[in-house]
Design a protein around this ligand. Structure first.
Ligand code: NAI
Ligand code: MG
Length: 362
């Protein structure tokens, strides 16, 4: 049976970037005999306008039953005044929650043509290719108890709880080790075992999974504060980094800036494997709906296109096709074609659709 892909363009520049992906999907169907069942539906503000809610049960149901979901971006000023419970962002949160997407993959790849856009010296980032795996559904953002207490006498106390169970650690560790096997075969696990009980457990359990299931993958451990420092000092020492929700939030944003613009950054969020062997998966650019430039054919579609490449690689097992897409992006950048966000002197500024043209041509 055909592989199935659900496309949710969303709002703002989401649909503009996704239109370029649709063209690449079409090209692959024609030229590489890659046949997908592609469905498209509404999420975010677009769904609010049509149905009054940011995602319908029917769309969630579809998302549960495809090989991969590809999402553009949600949100925008039009829906800013809505109650939190029906804001566009809730559509995305519900998808992540209902699909139980516990592993967030954030690659930090430095394209040679963009080394000058990095915050670091070219020699530190040239050839950089790291993958941060962030636990996404547990830890301090969700732990109980939580809340703000009034202690009397004008004193209040804010409480969050960092909690991890062994199954939560095991499943995200497995994702990281599996990924490492397809890359440089090295995992660095990051926590603060020196000051946190959950960090001690994290370190023990990641080590346990490595010893019992992935003896051939090299495992190292690094305190998260040191990892932040090392990411900026010598980022190429890393292959795969696996870490919890809080540290992963910070380390992945830090790593993102090693490589330049928000318009270049893809991501994947993975869940469990079901009875049919299919892993739940949502792919999306890191950026939002960019209302400041939406509707003007200015957005950089590369983050969304690279998210599609990740879907090819991780959900469809089509590494060659993913290489093809990523290689085309690399060549286009090397030829000096740039959208405004990655523009530099001596380069040619192009629109969203012209960037799509150039990538298709390559
Ligand atoms: P944003 O990522 O949309 O934009 C931040 C800045 O980066 C803007 O100046 C924008 O023009 C630029 N930018 C982002 N992506 C770009 C691209 N592909 N090409 C060229 N320039 C790009 O974040 P912001 O402004 O904080 O949020 C705007 C809206 O997006 C809000 O409604 C927010 O809630 C939503 N949002 C949605 C996300 C999602 O769908 N996953 C993530 C982040 C924000
Ligand atoms: Mg963040």
């Amino acid at each position: 049976s055909n592989k199935s892909l659900l496309i949710l363009p969303g709002d703002g520049i989401g649909p503009e970037a996704m239109a370029e992906v649709r063209r690449i999907v079409g090209w692959m169907e024609e030229n590489r005999a890659v046949a997908f069942d592609v469905d498209e539906d509404l999420v975010g503000g677009a769904s609010i306008d049509e149905h009054g809610i940011p995602i319908t049960d029917a769309v969630v149901e579809k998302a549960q039953n495809v090989d991969a979901v590809l999402l553009g971006a949600v949100g925008g000023p039009k829906w800013d005044d809505l109650d939190f419970s029906i804001k566009p962002e809730r559509g995305l949160l519900r998808l992540r929650k209902d699909l139980q997407l516990f592993a967030n993959l954030r690659p930090a790849v430095c394209f040679d043509a963009l080394v000058d856009a990095s915050s670091l010296k070219p020699e530190l980032v040239s050839g950089l290719d790291i993958m941060i795996v962030r636990e996404l559904t547990g830890g301090v953002y969700f732990g109980e108890p939580r809340g703000i207490e009034d202690l009397g006498n004008g004193v209040r106390r804010g409480i969050n709880t960092q909690v991890y169970t062994t199954p939560e650690i095991h499943r995200v560790a497995r994702v990281a080790f599996e990924l490492a096997k397809k890359r440089g075969n090295r995992v660095c696990s990051s926590e603060k075992a020196n000051v946190m009980e959950s960090g001690v457990l994290w370190r023990e359990e990641v080590t346990h999974i490595q010893q019992t299931e992935f003896p051939d993958v090299e495992l190292s451990h690094m305190y998260a504060d040191n990892a932040a420092m090392q990411l900026v000092r010598a980022p190429k020492q890393f292959d795969v980094i696996v870490t919890d929700n809080l540290f992963g939030d910070i380390l992945s944003d830090c790593a993102a800036m090693l490589t330049g613009s928000l318009g270049m950054l893809p991501s994947a969020s993975l869940g469990d494997v079901d009875e049919t062997g299919r892993r739940k998966a949502l792919y999306e650019p890191v950026h939002g709906s960019a209302p400041d430039i939406s509707g003007q054919n200015l957005a950089n579609p590369i983050a969304t296109i690279l998210s599609y490449a990740m879907a090819l690689r991780y959900s469809f097992d089509m590494g060659d096709e993913a290489d093809l897409v990523e290689g085309a992006v690399e060549k286009v950048l090397a030829s000096g074609v740039r959208t405004g966000d990655i523009m530099a002197t001596g380069m040619t500024q192009v629109s969203t659709t012209e960037m799509g043209d150039a990538i298709l041509k390559e």
